[in-house]
Design a protein around this ligand. Structure first.
Ligand code: SF4
Ligand code: SF4
Length: 150
């Protein structure tokens, strides 16, 4: 997880994006998945200097340069590209901030571009507030779309 900072110096700095502080679980501070971190104050972290290592070392796909463009910063784009390190199959997780956003033309264009670069990866789309362990697979194929409920 990467600290969100008000400083926006580089094109790929977090700026005032807080997407990952709202999506991911952070064990060190007992932050559950899909719960906004209690340390988030606006777009700033109130424990910035002592934030968990998980936060300090996190780079989403946009920050890794998998996708480029200021309009594709996750909070603006509506999805977070995330490459988990611990999956048996190499995967790109596309977390939606807004339901259905992953099917947007520009997001699909970026996914197609990713596929060309990483043909062995599968793509897993994850609807907002979906817990992977409880998720229902609504589309099966080369890709998965995971969401809560029926
Ligand atoms: S501790 Fe700070 S950087 Fe980590 S999730 Fe919370 S607000 Fe974000
Ligand atoms: S989702 Fe990416 S750009 Fe947004 S705060 Fe997290 S690491 Fe920074």
């Amino acid at each position: 997880m990467q600290l969100t900072s008000a400083k926006s110096i580089e094109a790929t700095s977090c700026g005032d994006c807080t997407a990952c502080c709202r999506i991911f679980a952070i064990a060190e501070i007992n932050k559950p998945q899909h719960v906004t971190c209690k340390h988030l104050c606006g777009s700033l972290c109130d424990i910035y200097e002592n934030r968990p290592r998980e936060c300090a070392e996190y780079f989403c796909g946009w920050r890794q340069g998998l996708i480029t463009g200021v309009d594709r910063r996750p909070d603006k784009w509506g999805v977070v590209f995330h490459r988990p390190a611990d999956t048996a199959v190499p995967s790109l997780y596309v977390y939606e901030l807004v339901a259905g956003r992953s099917q947007d033309k520009d997001v699909q264009w970026a996914v197609a571009k990713f596929r060309k670069r990483f043909p062995d990866f599968r793509v897993v789309y994850i609807a907002p507030e979906t817990f992977l362990e409880n998720a229902k697979v609504s589309v099966v194929g080369a890709d998965f779309y995971l969401k809560n409920g029926p």
